[in-house]
Every structure is written in structure tokens, then in C-alpha cells.
Write a protein that binds this ligand. Sequence first.
Ligand code: 13P
Length: 344
Amino acid sequence: MGTTSELERTAREMLADGRGLLAADESTGTITKRFDAHGIESTEENRRRYRELLFTTGGIEHDLGGIILYDETVRQSTSEGTPMVSLLGQRGIVPGIKVDKGAKDLAGFPGEKVTEGLDGLRERFGEYRELGLRFAKWRTVTDVDDERPTPTGIHVNAHVQARYAALAQEAGLVPIVEPESIMDGDHGIDRSAEVTEAVLQAVFDQLLRQRVALEGVVLKTNMVVSGYAGSDQAGPDEVAERTLQVLHRVVPPAVPGIVFLSGGQDDAQATANLDAIQRAGAQPWIVSFSYARALQGQAMATWGGNEDDVEAAQRVFRHRTRMTGLANRGQWTPEAEQEHTAGV
Ligand code: 13P
């Protein structure tokens, strides 16, 4: 059983010194989709080689305080025989684990999802704790249009987030609570703000009702942006203002940290928007990032499954983590991007 102060220490350690998180926890189905786009065969060995490439990249510990892993990866080792979880620990990077089993159709509510994976979760947490994992992640998914989400869709996902978070804390792992409102639609930024606020409000209501210690939780959320298919796209200053307005309204200051997912933003947007949020000044919580696609996309393309391209891919990955780290400290500039690109 984790105490609240231990959980809070872990949460703050993951995000200390301006560092953020890498989400490398794609399920086999998701990584296969990503590999397919680059013609990489999705074998267990290729997935292991790819994760080893990322985790052994020099210097990433300066910008990454934690990495979220998938179940398959926590049972794998580097080609030299070091378990991946130990490798991260040796590098001062806190290892975590995605524990949800994916978003499934919510019966009776066409177009809405609920995330599954609670059955047996207490026992799985026991094993993950033994394996040395110190935090967890559970993602719920909310699609946005004029009719969705319904109040029930919001409620069931908030409820399941709190069920998961309580079990994680019982096992001594910090729950990352990730209610993602999807930004793929053509909705404007006002609708994005409205839904994000309603979803987060419901999540914190359930966390409190289910006796989750907010001091030992990290929130992972989408930024408030314009739906990607919309004609009018808000720039970084507006994204920062609208995102922080929602977070100030609904996230209690007891929460130690908030991290953003990249959610399909391209690398430039994910970096510029994070930088604008940080330039708005100090907040009641540590604010940081937890990106998958916006950190890995170019590196995976550069690697393409080829042993000869491992070093080039690591340079690209280091560049992206460094740029995101600069943005996370409010110090990113287009000039920095160019200088470092020249050096890649
Ligand atoms: P993206 O940054 O690619 O949105 O992924 C973050 C994540 O962990 C989704 O669960």
C-alpha cells in the first residue's frame, strides 16, 4: 500500500527539473499501425529493437523523467541482456506501465467508448510493482461533435478512471489519469474547451468520491485546440490561454502535475503550443508533456527497421526530445530548432 507522501514524491520526481514523459506504451495493435506506415514488420523482436533504440539514446535523461511502457516491453531486455525496466532506472528515468485494455464501444451509446481492463487489475498491479514499475497510465477516449459526448459517456469514463486510480494507489503506483478528448473533428476551440472542461470536472468529481488522493495523481490531458478538420485554427497563444483557463477552473491545486498528450498535433505545433503554455508563467501544478507521436514520429521513420540507421534515428530522437525539453522550460525558439536540425 503506497502512502500519499510516497506517491507524491514519485509524481514530482517524474517531472522534476523541467523534464517530461515519453509515452512508448503503444499496444501491439497500435505500434503495428505505426510500423506499417514505414514498412517495418511488427515482430516482437522488431518492437524490442525499436524500444531499445529509444531508451539507449544518449542524453534523453536530461529531458525525460519517465517513460510509459507496454506489458510486452517490461518483460524484454536490451541486446546486452539488461532488462528494459532496469535500464531506465539506471538512467534516472522512472519506468511506468499502461494498464488499460483499450477503449471499446459503449453499449447503447453509438459513437461513444468506454475503456476496459478493470478485471484482475489488482493482481496485475501486484506483479507490476514487483517488476519495479512506479507509475501507471489509463486512457479514456471521448469523441467530440455537436451531439457527443453524452452525460452518460462522460460519467462512465470518469467512473472507470477513478476505479483504476484507486487500485493503482493501493499498489503504490502513481496513476496517470488520461481522459483524452479527441481533436480530430471540425469543432471550433469553444466546443473543445467546453467538452474538455466537462470531462475533467467529472473525472475530479469521481476521484474525490472514490477516495483517490489527489496529491498522488498525475493528470494527462489534451490541450484545448481547434478541431483539426476545422477551417479556423487557433495559434499557440490562444491555445495556451484556453487550455490554462480550463485547467484553472477544474484541476485542484492538490494535484502535483499535469502533462499533455500530443494527440495528433504535428511536431511543430506540439512544441510551439507547449512553449506558449510555459511562457504564461508558473502554475499551481507542475505542467509538462507526455508525448508519443510528437516525440517518436521522425525517429521511427528514420530507423525504418534498419540496423544501419539506428544512430541516425537516435540523433533525430535526441533532437526532438531536446526541442520538447526546451519548450517545456519556455525556452524554445524557431532558431533553436534550426540550429539543432543543422546538427542532426
Ligand atoms: P500522443 O502524444 O501520440 O497523443 O500519445 C500520447 C498517449 O500516450 C496516448 O495515450
